[in-house]
Design a protein around this ligand. Structure first.
Ligand SMILES: [Mg+2]
Length: 217
């Protein structure tokens, strides 16, 4: 169909709708519904992608490319390094722009599940902010003391002892990591590192619950 024929057909259709042709009106309603659904779907998709990329202002090709690269990095095969740093992602993006085809990466179920847990954690943070605001409690980070250091050493010994006897639990590991957080100088980089270790153990715990491989107490 030529552009002129398409324009003529559209003109005829509009005339038929204006004349009250029931078939033309039905087709017109269906087409309007399809277009509206498509627009809503596109707007929803753009909002979600903008949110994911952290740009949250408008969606452009760079944002879409970055998101694709990020998603591909999450699907790296088990045992390989997932370079999710901004530098790593930018390098992968550069390759994509130059048309360099990388080996297709197999889907990694564990990574996908972990991504879902991370999304739940982000949602929980949103709930916390909605309920309590985004500030730090008035007392700041809190304190550390000799007692915290002794507790940390005690938890470490207990964890190692149980591991040697083959009965170490996730509770032991988490307790040790939490004690290590409390034993570090509040607000220091070392404490930050320990907090990430606590978070990682918590994620592991959730993964174990979801996998149903550990007997319930
Ligand atoms: Mg630690």
């Amino acid at each position: 169909m030529t552009p002129q024929e398409a324009a003529d057909m559209l003109t005829e259709h509009i005339k038929a709708v204006q004349a009250g042709d029931p078939e033309a009106i039905r087709v017109d309603k269906e087409a309007t519904a399809i277009l509206r659904a498509r627009d809503e779907e596109r707007a929803r998709r753009e909002r979600q992608i903008a949110r994911l990329t952290g740009i949250a202002v408008e969606l452009d090709d760079a944002a879409l490319g970055l998101l694709s690269t990020f998603a591909e990095s999450l699907h790296a095969s088990p045992g390989t390094t997932r370079d999710l740093t901004s530098k790593g992602l930018a390098a992968a993006q550069h390759d994509r722009d130059r048309g360099v085809v990388r080996e297709p990466v197999p889907r990694d179920h564990a990574s996908e599940m972990r991504g879902a847990i991370m999304a739940e954690i982000a949602a929980e943070r949103d709930r916390q902010i909605a309920k309590w605001g985004d500030g730090v409690p008035s007392g700041g980070f809190g304190w550390t003391s000799l007692t915290d250091r002794n507790r940390m050493l005690e938890a470490k010994r207990a964890c190692e002892d149980r591991a040697k006897r083959g009965c170490c639990t996730l509770r032991d590991v988490l307790e040790e990591e939490v004690c290590e957080v409390f034993a570090e100088r509040p607000g220091s980089q070392l404490q930050r590192a320990e907090l990430l270790q606590v978070a990682a153990v918590c994620v592991k715990w959730v993964e174990a619950i979801d996998a149903r491989t550990v007997p319930r107490g």
